[in-house]
Design a protein around this ligand. Structure first.
Ligand code: NAP
Ligand code: ZN
Ligand code: ZN
Length: 351
């Protein structure tokens, strides 16, 4: 099947139009006409080879919303016309301990990422998977999600990565009423963290380097704003948080944030997929504080998050762009200049 999209030809080039193949559907596959795709900071890290190991050309995009256009004969959960989503994974081994527990993101044999992964199913001339900056995709139905029809489809796209990456640790650490929760870094992930923690009943504090984002606090569901560059405010907030979700996209000194935790509090790192610059043992030991990490979420949990968002009417705050503006959107995202997620209108590919 012919497909068109945008690809990065190398780590230093801009993304540009690209034609490629998608596999014909196998009996358990769903073919999706893509409508919208969010721009996750991970797309940028990958397109620019900041984590090394990117295969080129690279078609990023793992916040995919579309309509089913064809189904294989064994597909039981979807039919033509259904509104569906695809997130960061399109396959996993399905038999290891993690897969059997519904934790495909921790597959012991390595899950297949939606882009830049070795495509174990194959069926095309390309060895790597290609993501959602494209007009169609073929995915095994086990990795396809249902999108509640009451949610705006474009504003739902970032739920597929930003939504589940924040929902999963908030659930895992039982965030809820009576807790003071800080969300660090107000980008795509962070603003979803604020909305979800608020819906779970916590007292939510936005922790940001951008004072102007603080103006959106009540609209997003935050009870307070803490400007992390304000040393006096950070000192005044020391030892007051039960839980912190840290979405900062680069390695950084964790100590100013760890100091915010109460005894027995936990900070979960989801942003820095790279070495952290400083972790202070004294501060951990003397307050029994915990530093942890979390990777996206499993397929069943992603569906649970989507249903939760459907019930609570939660979507993302987005800036919709034409695909021709993708390179500019990358630069703006790196500068933290996005409220709060860019979403590509895939219809703009046609023109
Ligand atoms: P994003 O939209 O760029 O948001 C990151 C935010 O962090 C920025 O808007 C900014 O917010 C703050 N920030 C940026 N640089 C900073 C710095 N040097 N120091 C302090 N704060 C800084 O990124 P995203 O799409 O939310 O993704 C965040 C990170 O999570 C990326 O690295 C991405 O690769 C990673 N990620 C991880 C997973 C996972 O499974 N663990 C899944 C998806 C993405 P303020 O203006 O509010 O300060
Ligand atoms: Zn992502
Ligand atoms: Zn597995």
């Amino acid at each position: 099947m012919k497909a068109v999209g945008y690809a990065a030809p190398s780590s230093t080039s801009k993304l540009e139009p690209f034609s490629f193949e998608r596999r014909e559907p196998r009996p358990e596959d769903v073919v999706i006409d893509i409508l919208f795709c969010g721009i996750c900071h991970s797309d940028i890290h990958t397109a620019r080879d900041e984590w090394s190991g990117t295969a080129y050309p690279n078609v990023p995009g793992h916040e995919i919303i579309g309509r089913v256009s064809a189904v294989g004969e064994k597909v039981s959960r979807f039919k033509v016309g259904d509104r569906v989503g695809v997130g960061c994974m399109v396959d996993s081994c399905r038999h290891c301990g993690s897969c059997c527990e519904g934790l495909e993101q921790y597959c012991e044999n390595g899950f297949t990422g939606t882009y830049n992964s070795d495509d174990k199913i194959g069926g095309t001339a390309h060895p790597s998977t290609f993501g959602g900056y494209s007009n169609k995709i073929t995915v095994d139905e086990r990795f396809v999600l249902s999108i509640p029809e009451n949610l705006d489809p474009a504003a739902s796209a970032p739920l597929l990565c930003a939504g589940i990456t924040t929902y999963s640790p908030l659930k895992q650490w039982n965030v809820g009423p009576g807790q003071k929760v800080g969300i660090i870094g107000l980008g795509g992930l962070g603003h979803m963290g604020v909305k979800l923690a608020h819906a779970m009943g916590a007292h939510v504090v936005m922790i940001t380097t951008s004072p102007e984002k603080g103006e959106d606090a009540s609209k997003l569901g935050a009870d307070e704003v803490l400007i992390s560059t304000d040393r006096a405010a950070m000192k005044a907030a020391q030892s007051s948080f039960d839980f912190l979700l840290n979405t900062i996209p680069v390695g950084h000194d964790t100590q100013p944030y760890m100091e915010l935790l109460k005894r027995d509090g936990t900070m979960v790192i989801v942003g820095a997929v790279e070495p952290l610059k400083r972790v202070d043992g004294v501060s951990l030991i003397f307050n029994r504080r915990r530093l942890a990490g979390s990777l996206i979420g499993g397929i069943a949990e992603t569906q649970e998050m989507l249903d939760f968002c459907g019930e609570h009417n939660i979507t993302c705050d987005i800036e919709m762009i034409d695909i021709k503006a993708v390179n500019e959107a990358y630069d703006r995202t790196v500068k933290g200049d996005v409220k709060y997620r860019f979403v590509i209108d895939i219809a703009s590919l046609e023109s």
